[in-house]
Design a protein around this ligand. Sequence first.
Ligand SMILES: *Cc1c(COP(=O)(O)O)cnc(C)c1O
Length: 396
Amino acid sequence: MPDQEKIQWISDELENLRQSGLYTSIRTLNSPQGSWLDVDGKRALNFCSNNYLGLANHPKITQAAKKAIDDFGVGPGAVRTIAGTMGLHLELENRLAAFKGVEAAITFQSGFNANIGAIPALVSKEDVIYSDELNHASIIDGCRLSRAKVIRYAHCDPEDLNRVINESSKDGYRRTLVITDGVFSMDGDVAPLDDIYQIAHAHNCLLMVDDAHGEGVLGRGGRGIVDHYDLHGKVDIEVGTLSKAFGVVGGLVAGKRIIIDWLRQRGRPFLFSSAMTLPDVAACIAAVDLLEQSTELVDRLWKNTAYFKEEVQKLGFDTGNSATPITPIMLGEAPLAQEFSRRLFEEGVFAMSIGFPTVPRGKARIRVMISAAHSREDLNRGLEIFGKVGKELHVI
Ligand SMILES: *Cc1c(COP(=O)(O)O)cnc(C)c1O
């Protein structure tokens, strides 16, 4: 077969994506993270990033990273179980455990790796996972890798969870695991973790929550969803990321010491992939320092969120079910969302459209991410441009 023919299907698929408005074009940034960015050479207001607290470019954090390079260099050398772990990695894990109020924590290279490491270490072929139908892709992949039976329950619906557990109880699974996102990343709604806990507890299921968008956002001083619902000691496994509110990169799993010890023995991305780099680890420790010292940034994040949401709704936009700084502007069809995003950018606002497969077909949107880094003027400027483009495209 000629070379071109073997990959013709890929060209066809890419063309399909372009035709249906689902081809993702990635813009190039040439400035630090902040409320304003240089995007493809143009100054634009940043409404895209998960840098909730403005820590990605915070001087205390960048200084900590620089010092770590001077003290220890950059790379971790090899996989921790083979070449030894740096004290700095252990320090971060202890600090994260204390911050979240759990016995222990383990870090991974990313939140994605934390999920695909933790889930297969906890359940396998003879077991069952009850998973919210809108859980993050990394949970879905972790579930697949585990080879456990996966039963989805209706989004944020504890009654439906109860129903699917009851229905499958006769099937004789060995272990049972309930998994939910804490904050759902595309809608910004919060899982009813208190009710989910009651059901998981009543059926003796392990309970795991992915708090990627809750850490640094929900709970006292950003301690996360477990703190938000005061479920300390009740949720077995908390997964998280260091790439969102913490402003760096990396992932974590937090919970009982026994579970964390087990992940150090059986979490495959921990065993077979090198650890976070040292400047990243030091930067994350500095982020924990900042969060422990003051709630100022978290408070500002929520104030900005309340202001933007109220004003954007007053303009006539539909923000779906969001209860967090993730503010979807619901538009419907993907080509409209792409056009909206393109016009926003022309007007100096960087906010990406999100379509299938990240969200269901027909539920395309612009996802606005509010940050503590935004000033009131930034938010007002954004609102003005959303209003202008919304009218122009007959959305409001
Ligand atoms: C972002 C996200 C992840 C992945 O985190 P990374 O550190 O970027 O790999 C995992 N789970 C959820 C719910 C997320 O929103």
